[in-house]
Design a protein around this ligand. Structure first.
Ligand SMILES: O=C(O)CCC(=O)C(=O)O
Ligand SMILES: [Fe+2]
Length: 388
């Protein structure tokens, strides 16, 4: 879940991590995975086991009888239509956002090679000793000890900033105590490209919805982008655990770069669909905030991440964080007889505060079941809902 955007939440996370480390609590997931591998133990510790609902049910909580559907997938869209057939591109993106809340885009202007290099460099970060990774302030080494996030059998770290902000370099550097020029440059360039892509996507979505094309995109420059690196170590017993629990993201949309290992699944019609890695593709997942801002016309996609026994997996989630003053209220143009207003007016700040409250409740929750419920958008947004 894209919860890292909010400085208050980040602060809370950091204080929780620090106190966990001070209390010298258990190994990180990365360490644990190594130890289990070396010792040949297949069982994972009891305290990590998830409940059945997490492992085998859909977002609605209805038990899923069938196996995940492997041979069907969310739409794959050629973004180069931007140059040749914008109308078709708008329609394809709009259809995907309405029906799946998710798609993969190809030929989006970020080269396959640069994405592969970024992934390769990012692996080096997670392969560093834990002590060194901990020097990076935003490193989260054990997502299971505090439950603000849906990330589970995973390590993560994040950077806030935009490609145009000068302080990005310093932040990236602090994650690499001895410095790493090529990684820093790659990340800075990737930030810039993501910023541009975010703007383009907002424009195309606005056109699909019949709004002024800059209705959403005009806010992009004044706000912040966050990239979260998610690393999922190989796991000796993947059937009892998840890399990320079933959840929706809370922001507008997430632009996700995944490596070629696979494991991401999206939920549709009560079933799970694999999002198969395609070289050069980026996954676009619609999140709760955009669902609200489009009066529910776009679907906030429930997704989760499976882990496997042989290979770690890595993904980079790029998330745009609106300014606190932004009004999430869906424009009147998106309200009619067929689409009554779904949510009460809300400002970004109120929305964030509500999310924080939910996350803190999740952190204090006593069981996996309660925790999982708190990670899903439909529940998170219920306080604002006018029509059910
Ligand atoms: O690793 C992935 O594919 C998904 C990560 C995710 O869901 C998230 O960062 O919110
Ligand atoms: Fe997510």
């Amino acid at each position: 879940m894209a919860l890292v955007a909010n400085p208050v939440v980040s602060q809370y996370i950091l204080s929780r991590i620090n106190s966990e480390y001070e209390a010298n609590r258990g190994p990180t997931i990365g360490d644990l995975s190594e130890t289990l591998k070396r010792s040949g133990v297949r069982e994972i510790p009891d305290y990590l086991e998830l409940c059945d609902e997490d492992l085998s049910t859909s977002a609605s909580g209805v038990h899923e009888e069938s196996e995940p559907v492997a041979d069907c997938q969310c739409p794959v869209i050629d973004f180069s239509l931007l140059q040749t057939d914008r109308r078709t591109l708008v329609q394809l993106l709009g259809d995907a956002a309405r029906s799946w809340g998710s798609c993969q885009i190809l030929n989006h202007g970020i080269s396959v090679e640069s994405m592969q290099q970024l992934i390769a460099e990012s692996y080096k970060y997670f392969e560093m000793p834990v002590e060194r990774k901990k020097q990076s302030k935003s490193y989260v080494g054990d997502n299971t000890t505090f439950k603000l996030s849906s990330l589970y059998w995973a390590e993560s770290w994040m950077i806030h900033g935009t490609g145009y902000r000068k302080d990005l370099d310093a932040k990236v550097l602090s994650a690499w105590p001895e410095g790493n020029d090529s990684f820093r440059n790659m990340t800075a360039q990737y930030f810039q490209k993501l910023q541009e892509l975010t703007r383009q996507l907002f424009e195309l979505f606005a056109e699909d919805l019949g709004l002024e094309s800059d209705f959403y995109s005009k806010h992009v420059d004044s706000s912040e982008l966050t990239i979260r690196w998610n690393y999922y170590p190989a796991c000796p017993n993947p059937s009892t655990i998840l890399g990320a629990k079933s959840h929706t993201d809370s922001n507008m949309f997430t632009i996700l770069l995944q490596d070629q290992v696979g494991g991401l699944q999206v939920e549709k019609d009560n079933r799970w669909f694999d999002v198969k890695p395609i070289p050069g593709a980026l996954v676009v997942n619609i999140s709760d905030g955009f669902h609200v801002w489009t009066n529910g016309i776009y679907n906030t996609v429930v997704h989760r991440v499976l882990v496997n026994t042989s290979k770690p997996r890595l993904s980079l989630a790029g998330v745009w964080n609106p300014d606190d003053t932004l009004d999430y209220t869906a424009p009147d143009e998106l309200v009619d007889e067929n689409h009554p207003r779904l949510y009460k007016p809300m400002k970004a700040l109120e929305y964030k505060e509500k999310m924080i409250e939910r996350r803190c409740m999740a952190d204090m929750s006593t069981g996996q079941r309660e925790h999982s419920k708190l990670l899903r958008g439909t529940d998170q947004l219920s306080d604002w809902r006018i029509h059910s």
